[in-house]
Ligand binder design. Sequence first.
Ligand code: RIB
Ligand code: CA
Length: 310
Amino acid sequence: MKKIPIWIDTDTGVDDSLALLCACGIEEFDLAGVSAVAGNTTIDNAFRNARDVLSLAGREDVKVFKGADRPLVKPLRTAPHVHGENGLGGAEIPRSKAPVETMNAYDALYEKARELNGELTVCAVGPLTNIAITIAKHPDIVDYIKILNIMGGAAIGGNVTPCAEFNIFVDPHGAENVFKSGIPVNMFGLDVTLKAFLNDDDIKEIISYSNPASRLFEDSNHLMYKAQENKKFAGLCEHDACPVIYTAHPEWFTGQKCGIYVETQGMISQGKTVTDLWTDYKYEDRHCQAFLDVDREKFVSLIKKIYRSY
Ligand code: RIB
Ligand code: CA
């Protein structure tokens, strides 16, 4: 079976770590590289956490590259109330012994995209700063990324403001540059990720596996669980796993073609992903898809299978 080459760009926080374990555990994937970006936590934490989670998954062969330590324009806003001071909800896991890569994320991603000659799928599950900088530094990368699957945004709603989702809100300027770049973007926003949740029984079952991955899951999700419980979500939303699992199982997700652009100037609406999904006005350039639904049963069953495998 021809493997799907993927690259993960992550602000290695709690749900990011589950997404990385999925990227390592899904047999259809050839995990070609990982880049770290500041967002949920500082760049140093995100970089270390990505390395350590890959090591826990037995994948110290996958190279991790350090990217942006702040958004393009705004000051960095992290989320320690959800991802803890260390980015993994306070969970402590063994340090990776892999060599520390010194190449920057932008050159590394560009080199891999060129090497794979247009076959690389990129899953970006943090602020889009690294992707924006890579496009600015290597404009022809738009010809070498097959598809950019992102966790971010929302056609309706928000989780940092009533109309902005965290990843886009942290770096709206970076996100706008990415959406305007012409790279085809599949947006897995809150419209679908709030439906991609683990309920209490699912959580108990994963914890019952009692292996290093399930212990990381248990030890890292306390704050995330509390944050979502207070907002009366149906369960623990695995936002970042959506673009990753979609890449292997697109048939489990429902999306619609649309145009998507980002509000960068608004005093109230900054960070909103503005789509023409439901308006009679349609953007001229509609090279994106916004995803709206997921087969939760299949989504959760794959996550459990992956956790059992560790
Ligand atoms: O809004 C959810 C997103 O913000 C996820 O990527 C989570 O990891 C945080 O970065
Ligand atoms: Ca993330």
